[in-house]
Design a binder for this molecule. Structure first.
Ligand code: ADP
Ligand code: MG
Length: 253
């Protein structure tokens, strides 16, 4: 299968703190990559560079053979204009830990908003798509509710439907179940599993080891701004080769 997300030599600093210290990662189309690692290891920053929410200091990222945030001219890179970045970003879905739904919009309006305003798609067509997506995440009956009237698990499922409404090439999840009560984690993981089986390319930052074992094609372990180890879940979980991976797993397994 072909590589859809290509991350090469990415460095990123905040002030004097080098948060990404040369990250290389290739993600195949239709695959599921789970990123693990201790707090502060750079997982969120890496995800955020993939849709240019953070600029990289060195290296580059491409999605579907398109450079993210830049265009190449000769051997130089020029940053894209904000409008072009926003357009590019619509192809890269992002689901956050804290759902980030618009509180003043209904569930249906939350999903319809971006395809209509950013992609200029006809509202009627998008509304139909949105209803189909709500059905897919098991929330057909909540279309006209406001987010505050939903449980955390339901809100996160709306956030997933909202990301899917832009028909992204890839979908990135940053600890999608970390803010949920334990009994609500399963319903969100089930939706993500369903996407995985449907062939959507996913990168998921999570501490849910059971999910990673079951769904991931590749598990990536990050520490100190670097990818320390990666491989199929069986390998990384049962036979980690790096001391830091072993130490981390001994705490979470
Ligand atoms: P993780 O998601 O693995 O917990 P992050 O990518 O969020 O790690 O953060 C990595 C490091 O970068 C942390 O030390 C964090 O405090 C720092 N950091 C993240 N974002 C910023 C920012 N906008 N400004 C300054 N420091 C940041
Ligand atoms: Mg994080």
């Amino acid at each position: 299968m072909s590589v859809i997300i290509d991350i090469r030599g990415v460095h990123k600093s905040f002030g004097s703190l080098e948060v990404l210290q040369g990250v290389d990662l290739q993600v195949r189309s239709g695959s599921v990559t789970v990123i693990l690692g201790p707090s502060g290891s750079g997982k969120s920053t890496l995800l955020r560079t993939i849709n240019h929410l953070e600029k990289v200091d060195r290296g580059w990222i491409s999605v579907d053979d398109r450079l993210i945030g830049y265009r190449r001219s000769g051997d130089k890179l020029y940053e894209l204009k904000e409008r072009e970045v926003l357009k590019q970003r619509t192809g890269i879905g992002f689901v956050f830990q804290n759902f980030n739904l618009f509180p003043h919009l209904t569930v249906l309006e939350n999903i319809v908003e971006a395809p209509v305003s950013a992609l200029k798609r006809p509202r009627k067509e998008v509304t139909e798509l949105a209803r189909g997506l709500l059905d897919r995440v098991g929330l057909s009956d909540k279309a006209d509710e406001y987010p505050r009237r939903l449980s955390g698990g339901q809100q996160q499922r709306v956030a997933i439907a909202r990301a899917l409404a832009l028909e992204p090439k890839v979908l990135l999840f940053d600890e999608p179940t970390s803010a949920l009560d334990p009994e609500l984690v399963g319903e969100v993981l089930d939706v993500i599993k369903d996407l995985a089986h449907g062939g959507t390319t996913l990168i998921v930052v999570t501490h849910e080891i059971g999910f990673a074992r079951e769904v991931a094609d590749t598990v990536v372990f990050m520490d100190g701004g670097r990818i320390v180890e990666q491989g199929p879940p069986g390998e990384v979980f049962d036979n980690p080769s790096h001391e830091r991976t072993k130490a981390f797993l001994s705490k979470v397994l």
